[in-house]
Design a protein around this ligand. Structure first.
Ligand code: UDP
Length: 452
């Protein structure tokens, strides 16, 4: 449904339909809206964002032609490749209709997720400038190129004996930290990585990252890239937007947090895609129970392979933890991490979760599952030194020790202090000072017609 707007400069956003991509794209939209642009979000029916959370935007759903079988397969790369093939015509048709209906409300630019690379071709065909948004870390982007290179040289898949060996030129990444994925075939992985990695006609790249975290990776990418790169993260701080959650947030956990002591709670969430088995669920449960720390645990529906929601929490667990544990299906994560009662985050290390935790000075326990999560876990524990990684199979004794290291021991306090004195203040000061230049620059460049 189209909304009347006073603004004459319209930006069209095309997010990739997964939570970790929708959030930064809509945060960017919120920021640009606050600078006077009108924002139109074109999106797939699959994982459609809720327009009522963003009444200031205009939303256009387009058919994506995904079959129920494709969606339930969980093969994310195949789904993303299908979306790139299926959405081109309907996106172009939607844009043409929008332009015909409101010729005075010119489309200044299309901003698309790098994974939705078909948007760039549509923009070029309609003669509209386009900009790419990249929603993972620069370091992960570089490591993904290393994966493609190693594969082309027949070094991947690597034998177990190499798993702890350093990847040449990629200190401190080991082979096991490379951003590979077991969610789909390597063929699909590489097709997607190559297409999303190429800048064809985009005028610029907006990157949700922070200079002080990724200085050397940014310097490297800037050398390789022909177009300007704006590192403007963390987007959730620049535009503390309304929620863009696909699942309903259970805000009752905030009332529970209110009753807990300062920095006593470990918050546990493995994000919007990662899943675990029944055995891992049981080890997590007993590790948390035995740690004796209060915990807030997100168990996302569908995240336990083959089971309904927490139907198989081990017998006796709920009774053992009583009021000390709070379990929800989906949490208002940014609010949770900013709450004074939260003292640690056990995370899968998705890029948004990593930035959200770093921004609040919350140290992390890292259990990456696939892709970029493995790179971030290594950086959190070895480079930024604000977390510990659980390296082995999930096991209750190790979990209990990690929780206590983070929440009780001096080590954890050290990380929290380092985090408080170091990273978050750097992140926040770069957001409010140095990065101001870059992120304030974008609307100016768009308005003044610098792009393209
Ligand atoms: N998130 C949330 N509530 C939850 C769990 C996650 O709002 O209970 C949000 C979180 O704040 C983050 C996003 O979902 O912005 C997850 O993105 P991330 O890149 O961390 O991981 P992904 O889900 O893409 O693996």
């Amino acid at each position: 449904m189209e909304k009347k707007t006073q603004s004459s400069q319209r930006l069209v956003l095309f997010p990739c339909p997964y939570q970790g991509h929708i959030n930064p794209m809509l945060q960017l939209g919120t920021f640009l809206h606050s600078k006077g642009f009108s924002i139109t979000v074109v999106h797939t029916h699959f994982n459609s964002p809720n327009p009522s959370n963003h009444p200031e935007f205009t939303f256009f759903p387009i058919p994506d032609d995904l079959t129920a079988d494709e969606i339930s397969s969980g093969k994310i790369m195949a789904i993303l490749l299908a979306l790139n093939a299926n959405c081109k015509a309907s996106f172009e048709q939607t844009l043409t209709e929008v332009m015909e209906k409101e010729p005075q409300n010119k489309i200044t630019c299309i901003i698309h997720d790098d994974i939705m690379y078909f948007s760039e071709a549509v923009a070029r065909h309609l003669n509209i400038p386009s900009i790419m948004l990249r929603t993972t870390s620069v370091t992960n982007f570089l490591a993904r190129s290393a994966v493609l290179q190693l594969h082309s040289e027949d070094h991947l898949p690597f034998p177990d004996s190499l798993s702890l060996n350093p990847v040449p030129q990629f200190h401190p990444l080991r082979f096991k930290d490379l951003p590979t994925s077991n969610l789909d075939t390597f063929e699909n992985y590489s097709k997607l990585a190559v297409n999303a990695g190429n800048v064809r006609t985009a005028s610029a790249i907006i990157w949700n990252t922070v200079d002080c975290l990724e200085q050397s990776s940014l310097a490297q990418i800037q050398q390789q890239c022909q177009v300007p790169i704006f590192s403007i993260g963390p987007l959730h701080k620049i535009a503390p937007a309304a929620s863009s959650s696909l699942l309903e947030e259970d805000t009752s956990c905030i009332a529970w947090l209110e009753k807990q002591s300062h920095k006593s709670v470990i918050y546990v969430s493995l994000g919007s895609v990662a899943s675990i088995g029944e055995k891992e669920l049981s080890e997590m449960a007993w590790g948390l129970a035995n740690s004796n720390q209060p915990f807030l645990w997100v168990i996302r529906p569908g995240s336990i392979c083959g089971l309904d929601w927490n139907e198989t929490l081990p017998q006796g667990f709920i009774e053992a933890v009583g009021e000390r544990g709070c379990i929800v299906k989906w949490a208002p994560q940014r609010e949770v991490l900013a709450h004074g009662a939260v003292g640690g985050f056990w995370s899968h290390c998705g890029w948004n979760s990593t930035l959200e935790s770093l921004s609040e000075g919350v140290p992390m326990i890292c259990t990456p599952s696939f892709g970029d999560q493995k790179v971030h876990a290594r950086y959190i524990s070895q480079v930024w030194r604000v977390g510990v990684q659980l390296e082995n199979k999930l096991e209750r004794g190790e979990i209990e020790r990690a929780v206590r290291t983070l929440m009780v021991d001096d080590d954890g306090e050290g990380m929290r202090v380092a985090n408080h004195l170091g990273l978050p203040s750097i992140i926040l000061s770069t957001s409010s000072a140095a990065n101001m230049l870059t992120y304030q620059e974008i609307p100016r460049l768009l308005k003044d017609g610098y792009i393209p």
